[in-house]
Design a protein around this ligand. Structure first.
Ligand SMILES: Cc1cc2nc3c(=O)[nH]c(=O)nc-3n(C[C@H](O)[C@H](O)[C@H](O)COP(=O)(O)O)c2cc1C
Length: 494
């Protein structure tokens, strides 16, 4: 035998060997599948039945590239995400040929343009709004679009760093979420809203009650501008924060004041807040200790409790009122939540926001209590619609996640986020460069504000906060639109 034929023979043996191993492996899987009793598909269709699980998993990734239409996916479709990606990267903001948006869909907002749009020379700069003017340290900002609550824990260190640096450059605030204040929130130098969740992470005693000394320490940071008491969050009303044990690292545990490696589950509500009076008491306590504006965040399921609260405020005097309220949407995002709550509980922001604003007008508190709207308001048209309803500010979490590079892999609860945003795996975090992504956060924030001004000018007003209900029309079941004010006939002028 020549050398060449020896090598060929060796390859032939190897080939037969590998095929043999493969056949044995399939036989092995076949025996396992027919003898197991857990999975009917595998028992009835041994070996091939396994592909179902693989394709189901891969489908999560491939659907968005190959099969889903531009306006089809949930929670955010490709058109919505692409706008954010382009804005964040500073790419050409124009699109070609025509809209892919179906303007006949029920609930679609159409802005009412004027025959005489505002000229660039007549456009006005954004006005400075001051929250909590009677506090020792009121907070003033001319920015309208801000970074909504996401805890360090739910999101990673480089993500927090990128957001805090981006917030500084854009001049907007970032909300810490309920996971406490980390050095990474402070590092960027931007304005911070500190959230007090139901477990009071970062400002708690061992038994979960409020530690006043720790709260004062947090408030001593000049960068921390406001305090938000979280009553509820759209994705999981009636359930506290959930951070799976795999994401509770030593560092996160130390910042929160809890043991590492264990699921971090917050109570369903603040144990000491059970009615309007105790809510106002808590607000007063936090304001007394911090000297800074204090508000609360809630998703609405009804309005009776809110009206009761406003009546009590009117009775006690406007100084006891929260300085702001954040109204979250039933379809808001989260790092982790039970699907039953995520899918079914809490009103969407488009429905609750105009009603809440009407209540504030009714009790003469619209100017005293600033409103922040959140919930899928990631594109300028949604933000502009919130201003038409009367919101003072809009905040987004997932919009800024897209700016950081989120691809909507829906794995925030697993520590396997492929873009490094919601994982503490250093290998996956490598892809997220805080420097580059901070620029994207900045550009996205600015693009949203730029485009809502453009919508405002098209409607004939000189700045976005002059948008009113008459500037938005909502498409009804018959495919025709009616003015927002017809659906929500409360007052619209300050
Ligand atoms: C990863 C992640 C973490 C979040 N963490 C918090 C939190 O700690 N506290 C809170 O009140 N809301 C939290 N939220 C909700 C957001 O702040 C926001 O209210 C909600 O996602 C709606 O805004 P969006 O649609 O722009 O994301 C989180 C959302 C996401 C996606």
């Amino acid at each position: 035998m020549t050398e060449i034929s020896k090598i060929l023979a060796l390859f032939a043996y190897l080939f037969v060997f590998v095929i043999g191993i493969g056949v044995l492996w399939i036989l092995f899987l076949y025996i396992i599948d027919v003898s197991q009793t857990k999975h009917a598909v595998r028992r009835n269709f041994p070996v091939v039945g396994r592909f179902r699980y693989m394709f189901e998993h891969l489908g999560e990734f491939f659907r968005q590239y190959f099969f889903a239409q531009d306006r089809e996916e949930m929670p955010f479709n490709r058109a919505e995400r692409s706008w954010v990606y382009r804005a964040a990267k500073g790419l050409d903001p124009t699109v070609a040929f025509g809209s892919t948006r179906d303007l006949r869909r029920i609930g679609t907002t159409i802005f009412a343009n004027t025959a005489y749009p505002t000229l660039a020379k007549d456009s006005e700069a954004q006005k400075v709004y001051t929250v909590g003017p009677d506090c020792t340290h009121p907070y003033s900002t001319d920015r309208m679009f801000h970074i909504s609550a996401m805890s360090f824990g739910a999101i990673s260190k480089p993500a927090v760093l990128a957001l805090s640096r981006g917030a500084k450059k854009a001049g907007c605030w970032m909300n810490t979420g309920e996971g406490g204040l980390s050095p990474y929130h402070l590092e960027g130098g931007g304005d911070i809203v500190f959230q007090i969740g139901t477990a009071k992470y970062g400002v708690r005693n061992k038994d979960g009650s409020l530690n006043e000394a720790k709260l004062a320490e947090v408030a001593a940071h000049e960068q921390v501008k406001m305090f938000e008491i979280k009553l509820s969050q759209g994705a999981k009303p009636g359930k506290g924060g959930i951070l799976p044990g795999v994401k509770v690292t030593e560092e996160i545990a130390a910042i929160r004041g809890i043991p590492a490696g264990h699921d971090s589950i917050s109570p369903n509500r603040h144990p000491e807040i059970h009615d309007a009076a105790s809510l106002l008491e808590m607000i007063a306590t936090v304001r007394r200790i911090t000297g800074k504006p204090v508000g609360f965040k809630a998703v609405f399921g009804g309005y009776e409790w809110f009206e009761e609260l406003l009546q009590l405020i009117v009775m006690k005097g406007p100084e006891c009122a929260p300085d702001f309220i954040t109204i979250d949407s039933g379809d808001g995002g989260t790092g982790a939540a039970p699907q039953a709550l995520m899918d079914n509980v809490g009103l969407p922001i488009r429905e609750s926001l105009p009603v809440v604003i009407d209540y504030l007008y009714k009790y003469g508190l619209k100017k005293r209590i600033h409103t922040i709207a959140s919930g899928k308001l990631v594109n300028p048209e949604y933000v502009a619609a919130a201003f038409c309803s009367g919101a003072d500010f809009v905040a987004s979490a997932r919009g800024f996640m897209f700016a950081l590079g989120c691809i909507q892999a829906l794995q925030c609860n697993k520590n396997t986020c492929p873009t490094g945003i919601t994982t503490h795996d250093p290998k996956l975090q490598r892809g997220l460069d805080p420097g580059d992504k901070a620029e994207r956060v900045y550009r996205y924030q600015r693009s949203v504000e730029h485009d809502i001004a453009m919508i405002a000018h098209s409607c004939g007003v000189s700045r976005p906060r002059l948008l009113r209900k008459e500037h938005a029309r909502i498409v009804q079941a018959n495919g025709l639109s009616v003015p927002m004010g017809e659906l929500y006939p409360g007052p619209t002028l300050d």
